[in-house]
Design a protein around this ligand. Structure first.
Ligand SMILES: NC(=O)c1ccc[n+]([C@@H]2O[C@H](COP(=O)([O-])OP(=O)(O)OC[C@H]3O[C@@H](n4cnc5c(N)ncnc54)[C@H](O)[C@@H]3O)[C@@H](O)[C@H]2O)c1
Length: 354
């Protein structure tokens, strides 16, 4: 059987993890690359030995009708146009998180997916983690009972990545849309994807990109430079309410006066509680005693393993008709949550989600 032909659109940092994951699969071939930055495109082409290189997505799709599927790994501002172009050309799409920058874009992407009949998977990569699979097994076996409250935290002390991440016109926002999206999605997924009904949110722009802070290692190796744009929030906090009465409390920061970076989720149910920090702990009752259990799950931030698992799933959805764990509708719901938090922060009021 012919190998599936994959194109990667946007060949910066995260594209490297998509590429390595595709390379591990014997039934796919990374066939073409596209990036508006010609220097970066040529660099990746040479590094990966690929010579079908394009600076325009539509040109690539017109020239190479044999492409089966694409990974969209561009800045957030180009997710919608690249995804819609690929779906309209009859390609399956794995689009990086966040799905896009607005609810309108998300709905247009979902409509393009429905028209095309192709797969649109959103890169909610934390769903593909070993830790997520294990905690989900406990939840599916009713170890936590009804989960009615959860806390999702992704805090960096000095971790504004700079570049387009701080430029709202290309990112759509700061740590909420970049980091918060991961943990909100993971918690909502573990709660069984309840429908969001309202949010109350706040954002702060107090610290900016803190380019001169030398002490305290940033979470990422990259850090904003003096001349980088920074018109996004540096801290966001919100309460998200769901139709089943459950509530998630979320905090996400690029810059915050905190001792250590934190990436943690906590779930609170009627039968037990759980914490991923990144090790998994469960709190319950046994023989009339309160019990704490620690599992040695693989860490949540093992990015290479996560992407391999995500991309293996994307390909098996295409080749074997496996049901997608992160379909377009979940991306639409997430954009409703994120945009409502920004609106609530702007207006100072609770925002109802239709
Ligand atoms: N899942 C994760 O854990 C994770 C981690 C990091 C980044 N991401 C996501 O991946 C995406 C890319 O992030 P990155 O860190 O790789 O950024 P990056 O800047 O390293 O790479 C993005 C590339 O996209 C290119 N690009 C922009 N617009 C384009 C267009 N219209 N057509 C073709 N190419 C275009 C840029 O020139 C750049 O080379 C973002 O959406 C980000 O949120 C996800």
């Amino acid at each position: 059987m012919d190998k599936l032909k994959i194109a990667i659109i946007g060949v910066g940092g995260i594209a490297g993890l998509h590429y390595s994951a595709y390379k591990k699969l014997s039934n796919v071939e990374v066939y073409a690359l596209c990036d508006i930055n010609e220097k970066q495109l040529n660099k990746r082409g040479a590094e990966w030995g690929i010579n079908r290189l394009y600076t325009d997505v539509n040109e690539m799709l017109a020239a190479l009708p044999e492409i089966d599927a694409v990974s969209v790994c561009t800045w957030n501002s180009a997710h919608a146009c690249c995804t819609i172009a690929a779906l309209n050309a009859g390609k399956h799409v794995l689009c990086e998180k966040p799905m896009c920058m607005s609810v309108e874009e998300a709905l247009e992407m979902k409509a393009a997916q429905e028209r095309s009949g192709k797969l649109l998977m959103i890169g909610f990569v934390r769903r593909s983690g070993n830790d997520c699979r294990i905690i989900k097994e406990f939840i599916d076996n009713d170890a936590l009972g009804e989960i009615y409250y959860a806390k999702a935290t992704y805090l960096r002390r000095n971790g504004n990545p700079g570049g387009w991440f701080g430029d709202k016109s290309r990112s759509g926002g700061g740590p909420l849309i970049d980091l918060g999206v991961h943990v909100i999605d993971l918690v909502r997924y573990l709660m069984g994807n309840p429908k969001p009904v309202s949010v109350y949110g706040v954002t702060f722009e107090k610290l900016g990109n803190r380019p001169n802070i030398k002490s305290g290692k940033a979470y990422l190796s990259v850090s904003a430079g003096n001349n980088d744009i920074c018109d996004v929030e540096d801290l966001a906090s919100a309460l998200i309410r769901f139709d089943n009465g459950a509530v998630i409390s979320i905090e996400a920061s690029f810059s915050l006066n905190i001792k250590n970076d934190e990436g943690r989720i906590q779930l609170f149910g009627t039968k037990g509680g759980a914490k991923l920090d990144p090790e998994l702990e469960l709190y319950g009752e046994s023989n009339g005693y309160m019990t704490n259990t620690t599992l040695q799950a693989r860490t949540a931030f093992d990015f290479s393993g996560l992407f391999e698992s995500e991309i293996r799933h994307f390909i098996s959805c295409i080749t074997d008709g496996v049901s997608c764990i992160a379909p377009a509708q979940d991306g639409v719901d997430m954009m409703k949550i994120l945009c409502a938090i920004y609106e609530s922060a702007r207006t100072g009021h609770e925002v109802v989600i239709e």
